[in-house]
Design a protein around this ligand. Structure first.
Ligand code: HEM
Ligand SMILES: [Ca+2]
Length: 662
């Protein structure tokens, strides 16, 4: 019976399929079928009192703002070590817009944040050969097997997030795909193609050095195969650059510049444009709804066997991974084209390029405002965001652009801290109609790289309402098996991944030092023994670590970080709050085109800036969907008292007349 369920696309029989995300205690109450959407009770759910401005008795300053520099923060010269690996682009200092790949944002260091350079480190790498070989345990043996850690410590249990909805999760993945794209090694030294597992799915005795070792132990509770085939991340040595230790290549532009929609590659960016009136190419679905354009050959990009099937293209190759990701990327496309129409009608003389660049600049500004005004305070806590200068100003320009601050994506962020939100993922996604009824639930495993469902009937809006109303899973040590056991199921088990294993193994691949070093970087004491970890986590978790690792210095950052107690007002523990905070700080003050900055080439005028400040995630949902009611705080589940659904007409949005040329 179970076998049947797992292999069918329908949801019949799923009722008893209890997993993290399979049940949702706070799901929409659909007893009010009175066809009256104004009855906000239909969306009522329970929100915990955990509020974002709760006081933290032990507040932390991010490494860049911490006066104590003896904590392991690298010097600027070391942070910027990889600059010499990349040719210096020529920059036009008068150009008013961002380049597509992020180059020339920093005029003195034009490769900072540029796509196809390397992630930066702010803490010393740890490789066993001080170059690129994976860290060993203190005793000199291999570190514990990641799959063993995963099946012991990170199982699947349903604990809905007390406050955040699934849009909070989805927006985090959007930020990820905007700023990080790891590139894999693909060849052996002799140029032959890389195979990391034997044909019988065991791990080769002499594992090629280009491979990650993910061997599945014989007593594994979940999987029949014994090896997960994954290549290591391409690094600076692969580019012929001799810096030591290596750094990992990043295919995305590091800036928060919606490159996942526009593309950081010039040729692709052009090919995604209509080249008329600034608009991006799109396809029309039912009822003339706008969707991302289709790939010419769907079978290349999607898990489909028909070359004309629905399969999207955008600025990022991962767009078809799951329906919700495709939907939120589409939402930015719709926003861009909406702005183009407004700009064109106000300024009929503007040419295609001018409309495109201005619409792009406004899309990015609205997105950055949502990030710093709503997303970061929800994720890290309002007090923390304020103390670390992450909140936007309420009036006037910000003049604090810091040309010495490198905004490139951090290894510790991409390979550990931000990945912890894989725990947020709901395994079953709700589709919700305009009356608040859950019309169906889909399992992630059935929709990896099959985006057709997005474009059927009114599903776009059904998915969007699901994102707004369905709780995320809690940010904790439990992960849905839709990503740990059934990720990327293609035709057979052979291709399955365990995302949580990958998260841990990537930390080692990137040479991240162990958890203990991040404690010190983030102002905590060095743990001399496992017992010293008790200041940040329960005794039970310390015991788990004692069983898994030989030495407290062996504990992976990812594992220690997930185990930490949440900081007051935040969904993350101390060391993740610290690195994620550091990252958003660099993306703000190290971005010359950050929307609040005044006196920069291409800065908004004050009227325009004040219009951008009216943007909320709720307003973006109203502009880009056919939903009529949204919660004012669009990252928090609706609640009749604390976060009621309100009609879109009552949600403020930027007035674009500030862009009308006088
Ligand atoms: C919706 C379901 C999601 C799926 C199926 C998914 C899947 C994946 C996969 C397969 C990778 C590459 C793993 C590797 O090769 O090491 C990855 C990387 C990553 N994910 Fe997710 N992810 C999801 C959501 C999220 C969310 C919500 C966040 C954060 C809020 C996130 C953050 C990251 C980060 C930071 C990386 C590293 C990116 C890079 O450096 O290329 N992911 N994810
Ligand atoms: Ca970007």
């Amino acid at each position: 019976h179970l076998h049947n369920v797992e292999n069918s696309h329908d949801t019949v029989g799923l009722k008893n399929h209890i997993s993290k995300g399979a049940r949702c205690k706070y799901a929409i109450n659909n007893t009010h079928k009175n066809n009256n959407i104004q009855d906000t009770g239909t969306y009522n759910s329970i929100i915990s009192d955990l509020f974002t401005n709760k006081t933290d008795p032990n507040p932390l300053m991010i490494p860049s703002l911490n006066m104590d520099k003896s904590n392991g923060l690298l010097s600027p010269a070391d942070i910027n070590l990889a600059d010499k690996c990349f040719p210096k682009p020529d920059c036009d200092i008068n150009y008013r817009y961002r380049t597509m790949d992020g180059s020339c944002n920093n005029l003195e260091n034009p490769v900072w944040g540029q796509a196809n350079t390397a992630n930066i480190r702010i803490i010393q790498a740890n490789y066993s050969d001080n170059h690129s070989q994976i860290r060993k345990s203190k005793s000199g043996h291999a570190l514990p097997n990641v799959r063993h850690i995963r099946t012991t410590a990170f199982i699947d249990k349903d604990f809905p997030a007390p406050r955040h909805n699934s849009l909070m999760m989805q927006f985090g993945q959007i930020i990820t795909h905007d700023t990080a794209l790891l590139l894999s090694k693909s060849k052996l030294d002799d140029g032959s193609p890389l195979e990391c597992c034997n044909p019988d799915s065991t791990t080769p005795e002499n594992l090629p050095k280009q491979c990650l070792n993910i061997t599945i132990p014989d007593d594994d509770p979940g999987s029949k195969k014994r090896c997960i085939s994954v290549a290591r991340t391409a690094d600076t040595a692969d580019l012929g650059c001799s810096i030591k230790p290596v750094r990992q290549q990043n295919g995305a532009s590091s800036f928060l510049d919606v490159s996942l929609l526009y593309s950081p590659e010039n040729d692709t960016a052009i090919s995604l444009r209509k080249l008329v009136d600034g608009e991006l190419k799109y396809q029309l679905g039912p009822k003339d709804q706008v969707f991302l354009p289709n790939a010419d050959n769907s079978t290349e990009f999607c898990n489909v066997n028909n070359a004309t099937a629905v399969c999207y293209i955008s600025g990022d190759p991962r767009v078809n991974q799951l329906p919700d990701l495709a939907i939120e990327t589409t939402s930015f496309l719709r926003l861009h084209n909406y702005l183009c129409k407004k700009l064109k009608s106000m300024n009929p003389s503007w040419d295609d390029e001018r409309i495109y660049q201005n619409a792009r600049r406004i899309v990015i500004a609205m997105y950055q405002h949502v990030i710093y005004n709503e997303y970061v305070p929800e994720l890290l806590g309002k007090e923390f965001a304020k103390a670390n200068k992450l909140l936007p100003l309420t009036e006037g320009f910000d003049y604090n652009y810091n040309k010495n601050l490198n905004p490139t994506t951090l290894s510790s962020f991409a390979a550990a801290a931000f990945r912890s939100q894989h725990s947020y993922i709901q395994g079953l996604r709700n589709l919700v109609d305009e009356f608040g009824n859950v019309t169906s639930k889909i399992r992630l495993r059935d929709y990896y790289f099959i985006p057709e469902i997005v474009q059927k009937e009114d599903n776009y809006d059904h998915f969007s309402r699901g994102l707004l109303t369905q709780n995320a899973q809690d940010q904790d040590k439990y992960y849905t098996k839709e990503v740990s056991e059934f990720a990327f199921r293609v035709a057979n088990e052979k291709n399955r991944l365990d995302l949580v294993c990958l998260d841990m193994e990537r930390g080692r691949d990137y040479g991240l030092p162990p958890y203990n070093k991040f404690r010190q970087l983030c102002g905590l004491s060095e743990a001399k023994s496992f017992a010293d970890l008790n200041d940040q986590m329960s005794e039970e978790k310390v015991n788990t670590l004692t069983k898994l690792y030989q030495d407290v210095d062996d504990v992976d950052y990812y594992v220690g970080g997930i185990f930490e107690n949440k900081k007051p007002g935040s969904v993350l523990g101390h060391t993740f709050q610290c690195i994620v905070g550091e990252m958003f700080y660099r993306w703000k003050f190290g971005d010359r085109f950050y929307y609040e900055f005044g006196n920069q080439t291409g800065s908004f005028n004050l009227d325009q800036l004040n219009e951008i400040r009216k943007t909320t995630m709720a307003s973006i949902m109203c502009i880009t969907t056919n939903i009529n009611y949204v919660p004012r705080n669009a990252f928090v589940v609706p609640n009749i008292n604390k976060n009621p659904l309100v009609p879109c007409v009552l949600i403020p949005k930027p007035n674009l007349s500030a862009w009308e040329e006088k």
